[in-house]
Design a protein around this ligand. Sequence first.
Ligand code: C5P
Length: 215
Amino acid sequence: LSGKKVLITLGGTREAIDPVRFISNHSSGKMGMALAHASIQAGAKTTLIVGSISIGLEKRAEIIEVISAEEMYQAVMKRIESQDLFISCAAVADFRPKKVSKNKIKKNNQSMSIELIENRDILASVCQLNKKPICIGFAAETENFIENAKIKLKQKRCDAILLNDISNTEIGLNSDENELHLITKNNSYKIKQNTKQIVAEKIINKLADYFFTSS
Ligand code: C5P
């Protein structure tokens, strides 16, 4: 990927409820950071848009840290035009509280509810741009996974989906190992269970061959 520019989103987003509380998820950022190492090793100028993670940062990349899905959206959109490859690895919260309380919410011995509104889909928004990079999304499925990933590929209009089978708890979210399927419009490749770093290197090699090597 020498001479190419790669943008990767990773980690979870945090959606504020009040000044001290938020809604988020268990994303560790491990898979995204492994992809960042592999992308740099492959020679790409690599930019990371980083949400909440539980691992160290890859110092050789340009790093932009964000908190919410909306901030991640803005950070991606600001930089996307100049990129060759976009890998959307972040666990973006699908919803955020409609109202963020200015003050810490006090308990009053009553039940309470929080109204949620939908966040923008960053990957789908990038895929709708006229001038867009090659776009790779992630999907986590528990059943009919190849078919569901193909549906996601079409719906989001991305170039490939990296599919996690999350019915196997030994791999994927928060673990150190992963097994993925790379699904394109016409092909499907299994990347066998291994450390996230080895899996990431295989993914980057495959993406470089598939999308950037003219034969
Ligand atoms: O639709 P679903 O959340 O399953 O799709 C997952 C893919 O979409 C991931 O690549 C994720 O990074 C991306 N996504 C996004 N913005 C959202 C939700 C998901 O970019 N608001």
